[in-house]
Design a protein. Sequence first.
Length: 377
Amino acid sequence: MVSSTATPPRSMAEEADFLQIKAFDHVHFWVGNAKHAMYYWWKGFGFKPVAYSGLETGNRRFASYVLESGKIRFVVSAPYSPTDEMAAHHLLHGDGVKVLALEVDDVEKAYRETTSRGGVGAWSPREEADEYGVLRTAAIRTYGEVLHVFVDRADYRGPFAPTYKPLDLPADSIGLAAIDHVVGNVQLGKMNHWVNFYHQVMGFRQLIHFDDQDISTEYSALMSKVMQNGSGRIKFPINEPAEGKRKSQIEEYLDYYLTPGVQHIAMATGDILRTVRELKARGIEFLRVPDAYYDMLPERLQGVNVKEDMAQIRELGILVDHDDEGYLLQIFSRPIQDRPTSFIEVIERHGSRGFGKGNFKALFEALEQEQARRGNL
Ligand code: FE2
């Protein structure tokens, strides 16, 4: 009889997914004018403003609004004082994403597991209490100046966090339902560093790798690896520039953001035709690929049962891609602030878990036209 005192090995999946992230909690933009940013997401993207923090609520440091659409929660904040850390951030970067917050059951454990694996802490586990209960958070650093904040809301019933009071402003949702993925741009040669960070520190796995053969045009190229958490709910693609004849879109971003940062947030909808039609009616601008893209589309989509009306897809400038598992529809906005840095993707998936590889060439040629218009190609 063989006996052993060794504990049974935990399954690889269990070991790897030590963070057990439940969902995106929120994306926090640090901006120059929180009231204007709130209005943009409210009136432009159909988000509902649900909470406010500022002088009137006892917050002497910054003004902040929380907005929601489906499961998506955005927070926009701007400082009152020029000496605040948020003001320095805005001076350097312009408007941008400071926090990608992730909901977990156990903030202590998330912080301990990530920092013991080499993650750099931004703040250790803390509790903030008010009449709504206790909110637990901790934060670690990722690329550039971006933080991952771990949030546990189990004992908190408030509209967002202490100092935030409920807002009840009417809003018309245009169908933006959930965050599909959030892409980071990092410097040349740093992609694998951040891929390793998501693997070793966060327990993510690599889903896909695009190299400069997949994503190159005459002038510019980039490389990208998609990191995904254990549940598959959280997807963080990481881009780095690749050598090209001219300046790549990633280099342009880095020239204007000045550090690595969030390039785009992809939001899922169940009815992209309606969502994009509404966004356009509200003045949101999108990249437009040449009409030749649509002339070639029927051939590319042979055998794919696309349910949406092709005439409307073409009219709205929506892109279509497919793989073995199904198809997806996607579209990319122009930059959402003055600097050519962050933008928005709207995506509707029908089986495909890809990122629109078949659209990269047409899309990047359209992007280069925009770069050229800005004098940055
Ligand atoms: Fe994307």
